[in-house]
Every structure is written in structure tokens, then in C-alpha cells.
Write a protein that binds this ligand. Structure first.
Ligand code: 3H9
Length: 702
């Protein structure tokens, strides 16, 4: 039962919040804190109160699982605790250790004083969940720290460390080690000095830069397009400046409640839990023993190998980068050096850290040097015979038990594992996304025979590399790229049927993607998929509709941005897409050739035609067991394909649209178009009136 414990340290009562793992303010916690506080107030020997989080000290704020659910009528709330601390006749000192976030910081700011351990951090991350702080955070933080410091903290939601918090006036003292002793000493000092003890509510919220609100609004409009919560946060902080404290709190609460009820917040809360679920593999214990990855190896010094080697180095792991081609290897090391120099110049990496990481990458031209590495990631050409040859060579070069991973986007990883039968349990796929040192998504592809130990080790390594590792089963395109096929296919069909690249791209960016499919295609290079299509031409189902548009563009040398022309044209040195009449003519000619009568197409159809295939294929991927959860698919799309987070990912979005409506639309499109067959799982869920989220809940309770 979550609660709070009271201990007496001489004349100071210490209330320890006891709700592992993060001391969230779940049902039972506010009432327990209030009960302990009442005990302390009644005890005449107690002169002051210290409050802190149990375990590691973290106080993660309100219990996010409770949002959207009714709070029991007879249970006090966090706001009641805040009011009780603030009006306490005995001074209250918050002792901060670990992360003190959201309602945790709101609680701490209602205390008269705050003492933080040097490793503590404080923040108001609520905006990341789609709402502003709702228990006075937007009123107290600007009063303690000033608006110039508080506004970015609340609008961006990033925590700050103890030193910064001291500088801003959010905490009163920073101590080394456990802050309990420091908080006790501080409490006694304040008791000795006598009252009245300061309350955040009595201060004024000072503004240094008179343009700060205007500038922040403009920055939000640029960076957080489509998001309501950052603007709501600005409004709340403005209330701290313009209204008396109690009115500001009321204003904050009204805005908080409206935002909490928004689809944006539901989506972001879904993402919060989906992100935390990805590390859980059904049937595999979380504490499965992991292998030590102290030395890494990368085979292939192309674009992917370059990025992957940097990932090892960035995680502090020495890595050998192999290429038989000395010139390619030299070029790759120069690229890596340039990448690090770029990060230093942009200010995203300190020079000494960049130098340290670069020094961890050792170019090698002999695979025998891999004898001592714990894990190798192969990133050679995406062709099976070449991959098999590399794996056989690695089998000879590497020590027993070394993990051998293939960075493949499409190939059958089981066939690769079969090439090294003695190492079956040690082989799996690691699908990095380009540029591999930047993109956060990592699909960790299971073979039929991979061991739990290897799988959990690689998930762990992914996190060390600061990636978002998602488990995928072996199939063509795994999770993300398998879903992508329908998206691009329909986008091109829409051009033939009457839309323009600009119209399709705009409908998709209006939905919330940063770029539409044709801008993305031009950026990535149209020639890559063209080569793939040519290679697969013999196996293509000729009974189904096929658009030759992409081929025609490439035949004209229009490979995208790199050739100054693709679906759009580009001025030299510019990445801005310009509509091109030559492409419009080509589209009309191709449509005519295919016997397609062009018509006017609405944005709603564009969104449905491009995004319903994602949902449909996602349902098949779930049904086939390729993804463990619908939430995993969402995480893949948020981190690898820039699906707007505030829509929660394709599967969450589908839940909000309604699965039966999606089935109806798919069936309607199926009457006129090839490829539109509703997935079995989608039909079943729609018939049962259920959602993808219901499957994930079943999985979590299994
Ligand atoms: C709020 O406070 C609103 C207020 O303004 C007032 C309202 C009136 N609730 O991340 P981890 C779970 S809104 C419920 O893996 P870490 C998490 O799901 C809140 N559960 O650990 C996971 O569960 P499981 C504002 C929570 O050490 C487990 O704890 N606060 C909450 O890497 C471990 O989490 C935030 O937004 C929660 N608040 O990181 C802070 N927090 O094991 C959100 C965590 O079943 N939390 N869980 O998967 C975090 O940022 C990180 O969890 C934290 C620890 C940094 C604290």
C-alpha cells in the first residue's frame, strides 16, 4: 500500500514518501502524507518537518496512470498536501534527491525551503504529457526562479540540475551526498533564526526580458507546430505575472483540466507508457543476465558503418572499424572526424568528449583483429551473398559467444543465422536508421534461435547508445519499412489520379508530419528504390496496379535533391522544393497512358489513402507476431518516420479514429483499387468494438 513514513530526528520530523519505484502521488499517498504531517504538527517536541522521497529519492509527480480516471471522492489530492505544507506553522524543508518532477516539484515548492543533493534534478515536464503543471507549478516556479528561467523550464519541460536550481533560486542549498543530513541542519538553522518562513506564493513573478512571452510564443509556433500544451504553459505563466496568486492558480487549473481532456494529452500519455513498455519482452525476464559489451566491431565503412561505429564510441565503447578497402576506410575516418567537429561547432558536444569518442574508433584492415570483440555489427551491402560471406568470416575471426549482428533493412536474418550454425543463439539483426549516429530508432530483429541473453544485451546496448530499441520479428522490412510500402504506393497513385506532389505533401504536413512523402523521397534519393524495383521486377505481381512514375523520373536523371530535381526542382544550394511543370506534365502523361481519368481529390482522402495502409499493415504485423505490441509500432513510427507524437503513432491514431470506420474506408477503397484488403485483426477488433490498446492491456496483464 503506497504511503508515507514518519521518523523523528530529535526535534525534526522526517516524512518519507513511500511509493516505489518513483514515489508518484498515487491514491493513498496524499492521505498518508497529510496524516504524517498532522502527527508532526501535534507533537510539541517537533519544531520543523523535512519531506523527501523514499528509495532513490525520486518524486515523479502525479500518478500518470490515474489521468482520465476518477479520483476517489474521499481521498485527498496533491493540492491538499500542497496547501497543508504551505500553511504549516512549523517550517517545512524538502530534501531533494534523484529526480523531483512535475507534482513532485510542485510539492517541494510548497515547502518553505528546499535542500538538494548535488545529483538531484528538478523540472516541470508536464508539457511532454500534453498539459501544463496543474498544482500551482506555473505560479510558484516563476515566483521562485523568475519568469526568464521558469518559462523555458515549463514550456520545454526539460529538468535542470541542482547547481542550476540553486542559481535560479528554486532550491536554497545544495549539499554533497544524501541531502537528509543537510536538510535537517538547514531546518534547525531556520528554526533558530525564527519565522516567518518564506512562501513562494508571497513573492512576485519577475520578468527581466519584456519580450520573453512574445519570443517564446514565436519559438513554439516554429518548433511545436500543432501542439496546444506549450501555448497553454505560456498562458499559465503569464497568469503568474498578471494575476494575484490564487486567481493564477485557478486559471492554471482550468487550463490544465482542458488540456488533460485533449486528444493531444491522451496521445502523449500513451507514448509515455509505450516508450517504457518496449524494453519488456514477454517470456523474457527483465533481469536476464546480459553479456558484457566492452569492445565492439563494425564491418563496412559505408554510410551505415560510419554511423554505427560512432554509436559505439558515443556509448564509450572502443570499436574496431573494418574495411578491406583502405581508401574507403580512410574516407570514413575523415567523415567521422568531420561529424564530430560539426557537433562541436554546433555546440551539441564538448570538444574533449568528441576527441575522446573519436579516439575510441580504430580503423582496421584485418578481420583477425576482431578476436577480442564482444559484439560485431555488420553493415556491408544489402545483398544476401555478401552478408553470408561476412558472417562466415566473422565466425572464424570472433571468439565464442561474441554477438554477431547484421544491420539489414530487409533481408531474412534467419538465413544469415543459418550461415553460422554454431553461433545460432548469438545472431540477430540491428536495423539502424540513416544517419545511424543521429536517428534514434533501432529495430532489434529476432531470429528464431536468438538467446534471451543476446536479445536483452542488445536492447541494453541500444539504450547505452541512446537509441530507442524496439524488438521486431524477422520479415521483409520488419516493422517500419514494411508499413512504409503502402504509404508511398498510395501517394504516387494519388498523383496519377489527380493530386499534385504539393497537395499530397501539404495534406500530410497538415496532419502533423514534418515532411510529406515526395519531399522525403527527394531528400532520401529516388534512385535507391528505383534500383530495388528494377531488381525485383521479375517477381512483381503484374496483375496489380503499378505506377511507372518513379521510374520515369529516375530515367530522366531526377534522383531528388542530389541531382537538383525529383518530384520537385531545387535551386543550387537550396533544399526548398519548387513545384515543377515538367513533373506535372509527366504525371498527366503517365495517367493517360494508364487509362486513369484524373479528378479532384480532397485532403481527407489523401490522409486516408496514405495512412490507412499503415494501420492495416500494422495490424498484420501484430497478427504475425512481428511487433510485440501496438505501442511498439507507434514508437517505431514516432522515432523512425517522424509520425507526429501528439497523434500517438499510427495505431493509437487508428484507435482514436475508430477501427470500424477504418475498415469501412478500406473496404470502400478496395472496390476501386488494388491492395486494399482489410487485415484480419483489424476486422476482428472492429467487429468486437475494441481497440489496439486493448490488446496491449491484455499483454501487460498476461
Ligand atoms: C504531474 O505531476 C501533474 C502535476 O502538475 C499535478 C497534477 C494535479 N506516474 O521511466 P522509468 C513508472 S504529471 C506513474 O522506467 P527511470 C514508469 O511507467 C507527472 N508511473 O524509470 C515505470 O513503470 P514500469 C509529471 C510512473 O528511472 C516506472 O515508473 N512527471 C510515473 O528511467 C519507472 O519509470 C513526469 O512526467 C508517474 N509520474 O526514470 C515524470 N513516472 O516499471 C515522469 C514513472 O511499470 N517520469 N512511472 O514500466 C519520468 O520522467 C521518469 O519515470 C523518471 C524515472 C525520471 C522519474
Amino acid at each position: 500500500m503506497p504511503g508515507a513514513i514518519l521518523e523523528r530526528h530529535g526535534d525534526v520530523a522526517v516524512i518519507t514518501i513511500d511509493n516505489p519505484p518513483v514515489n508518484a502521488m498515487s491514491v493513498g499517498v496524499p492521505s498518508a502524507i497529510l496524516a504524517r504531517l498532522a502527527e508532526a504538527q501535534l507533537d510539541a517536541a517537533i519544531k520543523a518537518v523535512v519531506v523527501r522521497g523514499g528509495g532513490g529519492g525520486t518524486i515523479a509527480g502525479a500518478d500518470i496512470r490515474m489521468f482520465g480516471k476518477p479520483w476517489p471522492a474521499d481521498e485527498p489530492t496533491l493540492r491538499d498536501v500542497i496547501a497543508a505544507f504551505e500553511t504549516s506553522p512549523k517550517p517545512v524543508v524538502a530534501a531533494l534527491r534523484g529526480s523531483c518532477l512535475g507534482g513532485g516539484l510542485e510539492l517541494a515548492m510548497s515547502a518553505h525551503y528546499r535542500v538538494a543533493g548535488a545529483d538531484a534534478s528538478v523540472g516541470q515536464p508536464e508539457v511532454k504529457l500534453g498539459f501544463p503543471p496543474g498544482a500551482g507549478g506555473t505560479q510558484r516556479l516563476p515566483r521562485l526562479a523568475g519568469v526568464d528561467a521558469a518559462l523555458p523550464m515549463i514550456v520545454e519541460g526539460n529538468p535542470i540540475g541542482a547547481a542550476r536550481a540553486l542559481e535560479f533560486g528554486v532550491v536554497d542549498r545544495v549539499v554533497d551526498g544524501d541531502p537528509l543530513a543537510g536538510a535537517l541542519a538547514f531546518a534547525r538553522e531556520r528554526v533558530a533564526a525564527g519565522g516567518p518562513h518564506p512562501r513562494a506564493r508571497d513573492k512576485a513573478a519577475k520578468v527581466n526580458d519584456p519580450k520573453i512571452f512574445e519570443a517564446t510564443r514565436a519559438a513554439v509556433a516554429r518548433r511545436a507546430r500543432g501542439l496546444r500544451a506549450p501555448l497553454a504553459c505560456i498562458e499559465c505563466v503569464a497568469a503568474a505575472v498578471n494575476l494575484p496568486f490564487d486567481d493564477g492558480v485557478k486559471r492554471e487549473r482550468a487550463i490544465f483540466e482542458a488540456c488533460m481532456a485533449s486528444p493531444e494529452s491522451a496521445a502523449l500519455r500513451h507514448v509515455f507508457f509505450a516508450e517504457r513498455a518496449i524494453g519488456k519482452v514477454p517470456g523474457v525476464a527483465k533481469d536476464t543476465t546480459k553479456k558484457t559489451i566492452a569492445k565492439g566491431g563494425v564491418v563496412g565503412s559505408g554510410t551505415m558503418g560510419t554511423g554505427i561505429a560512432m554509436n559505439f564510441a558515443n556509448a564509450g565503447i572502443p570499436v574496431k572499424l573494418f574495411d578491406a578497402d583502405a581508401v574507403a576506410l580512410k574516407r570514413c575516418m575523415a567523415t567521422i572526424e568531420k561529424n564530430y567537429a560539426g557537433s562541436v561547432a554546433r555546440g551539441s558536444l564538448a570538444k574533449d568528449k568528441a576527441d575522446k569518442a573519436f579516439a575510441l574508433i580504430q580503423p582496421v584492415s584485418d578481420l583477425a583483429t576482431f578476436a577480442d570483440v564482444d559484439m560485431v555489427i555488420e553493415a556491408v551491402f544489402e545483398e544476401m551473398p555478401i552478408k553470408l560471406e561476412v558472417f562466415r568470416a566473422l565466425d572464424k575471426a570472433c571468439k565464442p559467444g561474441a554477438i554477431l549482428a547484421s544491420n539489414t533493412s530487409y533481408l531474412n536474418i534467419d538465413t544469415i543465422a543459418d550461415a553460422v550454425p554454431a553461433r545460432h543463439g548469438d545472431v540477430l539483426g540491428t536495423h539502424f536508421f540513416s544517419p545511424a549516429n543521429v536517428m534514434r530508432l533501432l529495430e532489434v530483429v529476432r531470429t528464431k534461435s536468438v538467446s534471451a541473453e543476446t536479445l536483452m544485451t542488445v536492447l541494453d546496448l541500444g539504450r547505452r547508445m541512446r537509441k530507442v530499441p524496439v524488438v521486431a520479428g524477422a520479415c521483409h522490412g520488419f516493422i517500419g519499412n514494411r508499413m512504409l510500402e503502402g504509404y508511398f504506393r498510395e501517394a504516387v497513385f494519388l498523383l496519377e489520379e489527380g493530386a499534385s506532389p504539393t497537395q499530397v505533401d501539404k495534406a500530410i504536413t497538415d496532419f502533423g508530419f514534418p515532411m510529406g512523402p515526395f519531399t522525403v523521397g527527394d531528400l532520401a534519393g529516388l534512385d535507391i528504390s528505383w534500383r530495388k524495383r528494377k531488381a525485383g521486377e521479375a517477381g512483381r505481381d503484374k496483375t496489380k496496379r503499378y505506377s511507372p512514375l518513379g521510374d520515369r523520373l529516375c530515367e530522366r536523371g531526377r534522383f531528388g535533391q542530389k541531382t537538383g530535381a525529383g518530384y520537385y526542382r531545387y535551386e543550387a544550394g537550396s533544399r526548398a522544393p519548387i513545384p515543377d511543370p515538367e513533373v506535372d506534365d509527366l504525371i498527366v502523361a503517365v495517367a493517360k497512358e494508364q487509362g486513369i481519368a484524373r479528378r479532384s481529390i480532397g485532403d481527407e482522402e489523401i490522409v486516408q489513402r496514405c495512412l490507412h495502409p499503415l494501420v492495416n499493415e500494422g495490424a498484420r504485423i501484430l497478427d504475425d507476431g512481428i511487433a510485440l505490441r501496438a505501442g511498439d509500432i507507434d514508437i517505431v513510427w514516432l522515432n523512425g518516420y517522424a509520425f507526429p507524437a501528439w497523434r500517438g503513432g499510427p495505431m493509437h491514431w487508428a484507435d482514436t479514429v475508430g477501427l470500424s470506420g477504418i475498415v469501412v474506408t478500406i473496404e470502400r477503397f478496395g472496390r476501386d483499387h488494388d491492395f486494399w484488403e482489410p487485415a484480419r485483426l483489424l476486422v476482428r477488433l472492429a467487429r468486437e468494438g475494441r481497440h489496439f490498446a486493448d490488446l496491449d492491456k491484455e499483454d501487460a496483464h498476461a
